[in-house]
Design a protein around this ligand. Structure first.
Ligand code: AMP
Length: 249
C-alpha cells in the first residue's frame, strides 16, 4: 500500500513574523522556514504505518518554490521513501494545491493520502477537504488515531464534547490533528541518508493544472495591541473592579 503525504514549507512556528510595510502580506525575508507542524505529524503517521508493515511506500509531496526541497528532505529523513516537488513560484492557494495533489495521486495511485489538518501560515484548513471532493474520495479530518485493516481505515476524531470513530473505504484522504502522534526528531545521519533518496521535480503545467489564484488579498494588518494590565494592591480591590468595571460579580 502506497501512502502520499503532503508537506508544506511554512515560517517556523517559533519565529515571530511581521507584516510588510505596504500591508500586502507577511514579511518572510530572512525568516527561518520549517515543515508545517501538522505535516510532520502526517509524515510520522505514514512512516509508522510503513514500520508496522501496513504500508509499502511513503511518498512526500510539496508544492511551492525550489527551497521546499529542504522541507521534503526533512520528510525523507523522518522515513519517507521518496519525494516529489511540484515546483512553482506562483502563490499557491488551497484549491490549486488540492488540484496538484489530485494530479499527483492520479499518477501514483496511493491507497491513503495524509495531510495536516491545516497550514499554520494561512490557517485555511481547506486543502484536504477540497482534495477529497475533487478526487471523489472519502475523508476523515482532524484524525487523532488511524488504523488500517481489510481495505478500510478506522479513524478517531475529536468533535465537540466527545470523540467520533469513522470507517473509510480505501483509497481515502485523512488530515492529521495534533494528538495523532509525537513526530520523531530528525537526526543528522538520517538527514545525510535522505540526500540519497529520490526527489523528483515536476511543474504544474506537466500535471495540466492551472494554479492561477482565485482569491485576492486586499490587506494584511498586525493584531491590535492589548492594553497594559494593572497591578492591584489586594483582593478587595480586585473584587471591587470585578463588580464595578468588569461587572462579572
Ligand atoms: P491548508 O488548507 O492550507 O490549511 O493546508 C492543509 C494541509 O494541506 C497542510 O497541512 C498540508 O498537508 C497540505 N498543503 C497545503 N499547502 C500545501 C503545499 N503548498 N504543499 C504541500 N502540501 C500542502
Amino acid at each position: 500500500m502506497k501512502i502520499l503525504v503532503a508537506v508544506k514549507r511554512v515560517a517556523d512556528a517559533n519565529v515571530k513574523v511581521g507584516v510588510k510595510s505596504d500591508q500586502s502580506g507577511v514579511d518572510l525575508a530572512n525568516v527561518k522556514m520549517s515543515v508545517n507542524p501538522f505535516d510532520e505529524i502526517a509524515v510520522e503517521a505514514a512512516v509508522r504505518l510503513k514500520e508496522a508493515g501496513v504500508a509499502t511506500e511513503v511518498i512526500a509531496v510539496s508544492c511551492g518554490v525550489g527551497e521546499a526541497r529542504d522541507t521534503l528532505r526533512t520528510a525523507l529523513a523522518m522515513g519517507a521513501d521518496r519525494a516529489i516537488l511540484v515546483e512553482s513560484d506562483a502563490e499557491l492557494q488551497p484549491l490549486a494545491v488540492a488540484k496538484l495533489l489530485e494530479a499527483v495521486a492520479d499518477r501514483e495511485a496511493p491507497q491513503l493520502i495524509v495531510l495536516g489538518k491545516q497550514a499554520i501560515d494561512d490557517d485555511s484548513n481547506q486543502t484536504g477537504q477540497m482534495l477529497a471532493a475533487l478526487a471523489g474520495l472519502p475523508q476523515a479530518t482532524f484524525a487523532s488515531s488511524i488504523s488500517i485493516a481489510d481495505g478500510h481505515a478506522t479513524v478517531s476524531r475529536e468533535i465537540d464534547g466527545g470523540a467520533e470513530t469513522l470507517s473509510l473505504k480505501l483509497p481515502a484522504v485523512i488530515t492529521a490533528d495534533l494528538r495523532l502522534n509525537e513526530p520523531r526528531y530528525v537526526t543528522l545521519p538520517n538527514l545525510m541518508k535522505a540526500k540519497k533518496k529520490p526527489l523528483d521535480t515536476i511543474r504544474p503545467e506537466e500535471l495540466g493544472v492551472d494554479v492561477t489564484p482565485r482569491l485576492q488579498t486586499l490587506k494584511v494588518s498586525e493584531p491590535s495591541r492589548r492594553a497594559a494590565g494593572v497591578k492591584l494592591p489586594d483582593v478587595q480591590a480586585l473584587i471591587g473592579k470585578l463588580k464595578t468595571e468588569a461587572r462579572v460579580l
